[in-house]
Design a protein around this ligand. Structure first.
Ligand SMILES: [Zn+2]
Length: 73
């Protein structure tokens, strides 16, 4: 039997409030970025089981789905 395991990143919606309208650097549209949060997990058979490290704040453009890291101050 082969056991598949490794790490994968799970991106979820974040409950942070949406920000102001900003220009997306990827598609150039003026959009309200969606707050998301990415967490790496150790997975076994692609089922995320064990969170690894800290989650990373992201914002996602609703137009082109480009994601940008957010560094909390
Ligand atoms: Zn965009």
């Amino acid at each position: 039997m082969i056991i598949f395991f490794g790490t994968r990143q799970v991106v979820r919606d974040d409950d942070r409030a949406g920000g102001d309208v900003q220009q997306c650097p990827s598609c150039g549209q003026y959009v309200v970025f969606k707050p998301r949060r990415a967490q790496s997990y150790i997975h076994i058979f692609w089922i995320p089981l064990i969170p690894m490290g800290k989650s990373q704040g992201l914002i996602e453009c609703p137009q082109c789905r480009a994601r940008f890291a957010v560094y909390a101050s």
